[in-house]
Design a protein around this ligand. Structure first.
Ligand SMILES: C[S@@+](CC[C@H](N)C(=O)[O-])C[C@H]1O[C@@H](n2cnc3c(N)ncnc32)[C@H](O)[C@@H]1O
Length: 304
């Protein structure tokens, strides 16, 4: 049984996959979708989550089906660049439907992302007005609108797949719904983004993919991936050493790695920085910090 089932199916938009024909009638496509959604429900644990990524048009049908069989949690809008289609509003988001198999039992962690700041001057984008005193040093809780994770657009960063997702998207979902050792299943694995994210975060994974070419790419990516996306004892999502998503409950542990200014004004003016004493260790071993790189404060807490 799975702790998280995540599906990113073909969108029936005539995309050029190597094997799959992405042009079916709406009825045929939706009938097929209901069949695999039923299978996701069957294999998800009572504590588990079901997450499906698609365009809003199809997600409305998925929601009608899932609402009868699981507990709705969120419609997450993942912001994306749109193309004018004519006589419609410009599509500006993909939807991520998030369900609990049973909301009374579901495993769920609140997550945070770094404050959005001016690229040039480092000052916070958002004006918190009179509430600045409560500013979290790292960043706000993640909402149901995700604008900070970008699609893999450039062909040189993609593994010859027309719709590869960014690893950070999956890592966010994994940190939100699973623990290390939990099982993640992706029935449309493509070039293996979900599996790579799961491996990086110490989760177990199972992927299904119809195309042998994509399977080969996924296997190659997995062979290059280590379960190392952590700081000390804590799993985090990061890109080139910069944290993208953390769990709220891990902040008391992670804050030992930062020099945190006392005043909200200083947090407003510039991002908090990793403690300088850790910098040589980060440079030597990549973004993963080993036990020996813990600060004295962290070592004291561990032995207490
Ligand atoms: C939108 S893509 C998934 C991309 C993936 N999330 C990634 O980041 O690489 C959908 C995938 O489903 C695969 N697919 C289509 N029908 C399938 C089936 N019946 N069983 C397994 N995979 C299938 C396609 O070959 C395609 O790679």
């Amino acid at each position: 049984m799975a702790d998280l089932t995540f599906a990113d199916p073909p969108f029936n938009l005539s995309k050029k996959y190597r094997s799959y024909d992405d042009q079916r009638s709406s009825d045929e496509y939706l009938d097929w979708c209901r069949r695999w959604l039923q299978e996701l429900l069957r294999i998800t644990k009572p504590t588990g989550s079901i997450v499906v990524h698609n365009i809003p048009r199809w997600l409305t049908h998925y929601a009608a089906f899932l609402n009868e069989r699981a507990d709705f949690r969120h419609w997450i809008a993942w912001e994306a660049l749109g193309m004018p289609l004519g006589k419609t509003l410009m599509p500006r988001h993909y939807g991520i439907l998030f369900y609990a198999r049973d909301k009374r039992q579901q495993k769920f962690y609140e997550i945070r992302h770094p404050h959005r700041r001016c690229r040039k001057c480092g000052v916070l984008h958002r004006d918190y007005g009179g509430k600045k005193h409560g500013l979290h040093p790292f960043g706000p809780l993640v909402s149901d609108v995700w604008s900070d994770l970008h699609r893999v657009k450039h062909a040189s960063r993609r593994d010859s797949h027309p719709c590869q997702l960014p690893e950070t998207l999956l890592e966010r979902l994994l940190l939100m719904t699973t623990d290390a050792g939990d099982v993640v299943v992706d029935p449309f694995a493509g070039t293996g983004t979900t599996l790579v994210a799961a491996k990086k975060l110490g989760r177990r994974y199972l992927g299904i993919e119809i195309d042998a070419g994509y399977v080969a790419v996924a296997r190659e990516r997995l062979s290059q991936t280590q379960a190392t996306s952590r700081i000390g004892e804590v799993w985090v999502s990061q890109v080139r050493g910069a944290l993208v998503t953390i769990r709220d409950c891990d902040w008391p542990y992670l804050q030992a790695y930062y020099a945190i200014p006392a005043s909200a004004a200083a947090i407003e003016a510039a991002p908090i920085a990793f403690d300088q004493r850790l910098a040589p260790m980060i440079a030597r071993s990549g973004p993963t910090l080993t036990e020996t790189s813990a600060t004295p404060a962290m070592r004291r807490r561990k032995t207490a």
